[in-house]
Design a protein around this ligand. Structure first.
Ligand code: MCA
Length: 312
């Protein structure tokens, strides 16, 4: 709305900060505080002069850590939006009880822009990303057969609509592989649609880690570690992290007698990968778990290390 004022603390080199936050503000003829980075105390200070905050889940978990966050602090605020990574139902509930606001969670991707959203008027259901936006078709299909599934059953989420991109720049094969023959984009997110029509995202089939709203492709990190002296192979996974949602974790197999340790791996990556892509922990194992086809079972590793960051 034209009299809105957005607190903009997202990077503007991503869809969320540029197209969603900035363009929507311009389209509405509204205004914003454009901040160089997210600082929870500064954001709290601006709330008395603002009406909307758009953030990734880490914004909300960090705001919850401030004792200043209460109903008085948000008295002028109309809307809190979350996207780019899954918002834990627990964060939604805690934020609601501290502030009286139900965070509006929505679902987008760089390839599609925004797909679904919880309603502005109506139930914003924790753990769901709401309904398809106007003009967007969302279906859930069987991952093996590609056939649409009934309500409540989990499968691959596919999207069609004028919001969907045309393809990856100069990557026709990747583009072809990620669209169905009837023109749906295969998101790589696994989910279901419940009887009320709310979309739930329950997992991911693409080998991708999302840390603090940034996408990390494990292959890139694995490629760097595999090149190191003393390393046989490795697998990079995301495991639950209290601040970033998922924490990048490398599981490494060393050559017999090799001295490479966690510090050495981190040091080797320091200058060749952006900081957010660098593992927060490096674990060593004798061998990686594999299925009968010889494929590394990352799900087994994710379970094994699920509690790694439990204490922060
Ligand atoms: C910073 N670090 C990170 C991350 N961000 N490590 C892992 N994951 C991250 N996301 C590193 C820093 O370099 C630093 O390294 C250490 O972690 C702690 O930094 P800190 O000061 O706590 O971080 P920050 O600068 O406060 O940043 C956290 C953040 C930021 C505010 C959550 O990551 C962020 O703005 N995320 C938003 C990303 C986003 O806009 N995604 C939208 C993509 P050291 O320890 O060396 O000091 S578009 C999208 O996903 C679709 C379209 C959608 O639906 O929106």
């Amino acid at each position: 709305m034209a009299d809105d004022r957005l607190i903009h603390a997202l990077p503007i080199f991503h869809t969320h900060g540029l197209f969603v936050a900035t363009n929507v503000t311009l389209l509405a003829g509204a205004s914003m505080f454009l901040l160089p980075k997210f600082d929870p105390e500064e954001v709290l200070s601006l709330m008395s002069r603002s009406t909307v905050l758009m953030g990734v889940p880490t914004f909300y978990t960090r705001l919850l850590q401030s004792p200043r966050l209460d109903r008085d602090a948000v008295a002028n605020m109309r809307l809190f939006v979350s996207g780019s990574a899954p918002l834990l139902a627990e964060t939604h509930v805690q934020f609601g009880s501290r502030t009286g606001h139900a965070i509006l969670e929505r679902y987008g991707m760089t390839e599609t822009n925004m797909n679904t959203s919880n309603p502005y008027d109506g139930d914003r259901v924790a753990g769901t990303v709401g309904f398809p936006l106007p003009g967007v078709t969302v279906r859930v299909v069987d991952t093996a057969t590609g056939k649409p599934l009934p309500f409540g059953e989990t499968g691959m989420i596919e999207i069609k609509g004028s919001n969907v991109f045309k393809g990856y720049w100069r990557m026709p094969e990747k583009t072809a592989a990620e669209f169905t023959s009837d023109g749906f984009f295969i998101t790589g997110d696994l989910g279901k649609i419940d009887e009320r029509g709310y979309v739930h995202i329950v997992g991911r089939s693409k080998d991708l880690v999302i840390s603090g709203g940034y996408n990390i492709y494990p292959k890139e990190v694995e490629g760097e570690i595999d090149q190191m002296e003393g390393v046989v192979e490795c697998a990079v996974i995301g495991v639950p992290h209290p601040d970033f949602g998922e924490g990048v974790t490398a599981v490494v197999v060393r050559k017999p007698g090799a001295l490479v340790d966690e510090a050495a791996v981190l040091m080797a990556l320091r200058d060749c990968l952006a900081r957010y892509k660098q593992p927060r922990r490096v674990m060593f194992v004798d061998e990686l778990p594999r299925n009968t086809m010889g494929k590394v079972q990352k799900n087994v590793l994710r379970e094994q290390y699920a509690g790694l960051f439990a204490d922060g």
